[in-house]
Design a binder for this molecule. Structure first.
Ligand code: ADP
Ligand code: MG
Length: 228
């Protein structure tokens, strides 16, 4: 099967006055539809930098990025970056990043409302995705009434509502207890294996990594080992 996303020899430098730090030193990987990749590594190794580049939230200084088999010359560069993110990518963060004053439904449907989708279609898709993530009965609740695990499910639903091919998650179970985390891991696996998404998860959880199809261990900006 063909790759949805391929990163080739990615380098990233952070410049701070005269100082330059090479946060990524030639990282490569590729993912097919329906695969889940875990990115591991100690703090400061470059995991979030890599995820931001995959997510077109930041630009690589060297290397090539292929999306659906096509080389994207301006992957992280506006205005292409916004289009690439909108059409292809959903994000989930450790601290959920939900809008506190909104209900579950409002948080999840927001990306569709912003695109001017019809109300009936927004309702249908929001209902479907909330059911898929296991909180079908919570739509009218304010997100502040929800547990941490439920909030993360809302965030995953919001990330999936635009039907992206790639779901990125930066330590999505970092703020959750072990049992709650296990439920989220199960959901991420279903997102990959049943919905056919590419799921890329930065994690410290050995359990999460053991459940992934592929694992990359990053050390000091380089892939130290991978199970591919
Ligand atoms: P991780 O997510 O694995 O903890 P990061 O990707 O956040 O690692 O960081 C990798 C390295 O790049 C670290 O040395 C960090 O201090 C540095 N770094 C990250 N973001 C920036 C930035 N915006 N400006 C300068 N240095 C940064
Ligand atoms: Mg990080």
């Amino acid at each position: 099967m063909s790759n949805i996303i391929e990163m080739k020899n990615i380098h990233k430098f952070y410049k701070n006055g005269d100082e330059s730090l090479e946060a990524l030193k030639g990282v490569s990987f590729a993912l097919e539809q329906g695969e889940i990749l875990a990115i591991m590594g100690s703090s400061g190794s470059g995991k979030s930098t890599l995820l931001h580049i995959v997510g077109a939230m930041d630009v690589a200084d060297e290397g090539e990025i292929y999306l659906n088999g096509t080389k994207e010359e301006k992957y992280g560069v506006e205005p292409d970056a916004t289009r690439i993110r909108y059409e292809n990518i959903g994000f989930v963060f450790q601290d959920f990043n939900l809008i506190q004053d909104f209900t579950v439904e409002e948080n999840v449907s927001l990306p569709l409302i912003l695109t001017g989708e019809k109300t009936k279609e927004i309702r249908r898709r929001t209902k479907d995705i909330l059911e898929m993530v296991g909180i079908g009965e919570k739509g009218r609740n304010p997100v502040t009434n929800l547990s941490g695990g439920q909030r993360q499910r809302v965030a995953i639903a919001r990330a999936l509502i635009n039907n992206p091919k790639i779901l990125l998650a930066d330590e999505p179970t970092g703020n959750l207890d072990e049992q709650t985390a296990a439920g989220i891991i199960e959901l991420l696996k279903r997102t990959a294996h049943e919905m056919g998404k590419c799921v890329i998860v930065v994690t410290h959880s050995k359990f999460l990594a053991s459940e992934a199809d592929e694992i990359i261990q990053i050390k000091d900006g380089k892939i130290e080992w991978q199970n591919i």
